[in-house]
Design a protein around this ligand. Structure first.
Ligand code: UD1
Ligand code: MG
Length: 532
């Protein structure tokens, strides 16, 4: 399969830049037993959005501060960045007690200051709950920081409803501020809960993205005091410290305030999800993917799609799914962590996870691929077929109503309707191996472990309990008995007798009807019928 999907452009990293991501808070306002930064936005844990920006920009180390559910957060980060360029520069540090954002940043000091070579010229500091922030914006923040020779540069947004956010307080024209005036006239950041009524009326908010000079950051943090409504060490207080020291504080205001959305509540999580999903759809439409009803299509952040692929309504592509070129995915299909080739057709309401589907294969409708399935080129899987840990060879077909688990099926095989691999003996799973060009008749049961040799035929209705040699017929079913005239006799019998308990019995229980099933009777039956 060709990997034709759009790749991220990895613009150059910024020399002398270290990055700190704050991700230790629980997120009480989410009302969740799961730590906030692990909640997903478009299928990706929120913290990975900030780590992603960090990986693209940092030339020095990246510190991610974790606290609540730190083992889990650490694991998600390690898995999320594995193999990514720059991932070796990521250090995870613990904030044992969540004493505020300033305290969180303090915990990263050893990452940068234990080793003189690791000391960055500037730090980019990111909240772990701002998933819409773009790499270009952080880059712009750094550019302004450097061109204005600022000590602290903050990212702000103008909001109609700024409630909940820290407010950016600027010097009023003609105000009586006595300190050194900075070029941006930012004076301080005040948290919502600490703000006066006048401060609260300010519409400019702190997004929670900062660039801070290396020579200032940790000294300023040492001076923080938790004198506020939350008794926390606020990172935001370093703005006031810089102003008081006559240092330059610069500010960049977002053109699109949406990008500054901080996720503290489920409402904000839902809003972030909407925005990211729309951006992803636009990106793939732009890259040459057709969507019949874009608003209903869900594409996770980690998905890639080839051009000329067509997505019908309510398709959901999840996790790290890769879809090739010219593939058609019909309505209601959910694909999670799969590799789908070129020109594949997946019909309606199929569910696929952790499986590979090679070029020109045809699946559905109503197919269920559980983890570990490989569908080879031009193979076909039809309605109501469930598969697990199974390879279906090139051009092979399983078109109707089957369960195929723990099986290796070579090319050119026909799996009859209703075939079941009996792979589980109640304690262990066993494999079924089916050779090239085998024909399995309908309603075959394969009691694993079992091997069907190349070119063999298994008769419909057979329960296969032993290996079948190549080019052989396997048949195992009860001989059929035809009782000629049986129904006619019963009809006469039933008509002649008054309704009674006897007549309500099943035909096999009637005393006057023979139920013997011996071969002599079979022969008699045959003889009788041949006389007619
Ligand atoms: C913070 C800012 C606020 C800004 C808003 C933007 C402070 C004091 N306030 O408020 O000015 O408008 O973000 O969204 O910084 N964290 C830790 N350790 C802690 C506390 C928090 O690592 O002890 C992490 C959280 O996991 C989160 C980030 O820091 O990723 C921000 O914390 P949060 O509690 O969401 O701060 P806000 O109240 O949103
Ligand atoms: Mg927040």
């Amino acid at each position: 399969m060709k990997q034709s999907a759009e790749q991220h452009t990895t613009a150059s990293r910024i020399p002398g830049l270290g990055v700190i991501v704050m991700a230790a808070g629980l997120g009480k306002r989410m009302k969740s037993s799961q730590v906030k930064v692990l909640h997903h936005v478009a299928g990706q844990p929120m913290v990975l959005y900030a780590v992603d920006v960090a990986l693209q920009l940092a030339s020095h180390r990246i510190a991610v501060v974790v606290g609540h559910q730190s083992d889990r957060v650490r694991q998600v980060i390690e898995t999320g960045i594995a193999g990514r360029p720059g991932s070796k520069s990521v250090r995870i540090v613990e904030q044992a007690k969540q004493l505020g954002t300033g305290h969180a940043v303090m915990q990263s000091r050893p990452v940068f200051c234990d080793d003189d070579e690791a000391r960055p010229r500037n730090y980019l500091i990111l909240n772990g709950d701002t998933p819409l922030l773009k790499e270009e914006t952080a880059r712009e923040l750094l550019r302004v920081h450097q061109t204005q020779s600022a000590t602290v540069t903050i990212l702000t947004a103008m909001l109609d409803d700024p409630s909940g956010y820290g407010r950016v307080i600027r010097r009023q024209p003609g105000g009586d501020h006595q300190g050194a005036i900075t070029s941006s006239d930012v004076l301080k950041i005040v948290e919502d809960c600490d703000a006066t009524a006048v401060e609260r009326a300010a519409k400019e908010i702190n997004v929670g993205t900062y660039v801070v000079s290396g020579e200032f950051l940790f000294d300023a943090l040492d001076k923080l005091e938790p004198r506020n409504a939350q008794n926390e060490y606020y990172l935001t207080d370093i703005v006031g410290t810089a102003v008081a020291q006559g240092r330059r504080v610069a500010a960049v205001t977002l053109h699109d305030p949406e990008e500054g959305l901080g996720v503290n509540t489920r409402q904000q999580l839902a809003a972030a999800e909407q925005v990211v999903r729309q951006q992803i759809r636009e990106r793939w439409l732009e890259a040459g993917v057709t969507m019949r009803d874009p608003g209903s299509v869900w594409i996770d952040a980690g998905v890639t799609i080839g051009r000329d692929t067509v997505l019908y309504p309510h398709v959901s592509l999840e996790g790290k799914t890769m879809v090739g070129e010219g593939t058609t995915i019909r309505s209601g299909v959910r694909v999670t962590d799969c590799m789908i080739g070129d020109r594949v057709e997946i019909l309606d309401f199929s569910v696929l996870s952790e499986s590979d589907v090679d070029d020109d294969a045809h699946l559905g409708p109503f197919v269920h691929l559980r983890p570990g399935v490989v569908i080879r080129r031009k193979a076909k899987v039809g309605n109501f077929v469930e598969m697990k840990k199974t390879e279906l060879g090139e051009g092979s077909k399983a078109n109707h109503l089957s369960y195929l688990g723990d099986a290796t099926i070579a090319e050119g095989v026909n799996i009859g309707a209703g075939t079941i691999t009996c792979n589980y003996d109640g304690a262990r799973k066993h494999r079924t191996v089916i050779g090239k060009n085998v024909f399995l008749g309908s309603d075959t049961q394969l009691i694993a472990p079992v091997t069907i040799g190349e070119g063999s035929v298994v008769a419909a209705g057979t329960t296969v309990t032993q290996d079948v040699p190549a080019d052989s017929l396997a048949i195992a079913r009860v001989l059929q008995v035809n009782r000629v005239g049986w129904v006619a006799k019963r009809r006469v019998l039933l008509a002649g007798s008054a309704p009674s308990r006897d007549s309500a019995r099943a035909p096999g229980e009637q005393t006057k009807l023979k139920t013997d099933n011996t071969s002599s009777n079979v022969k008699k039956g045959r003889a009788k019928s041949s006389k007619r």
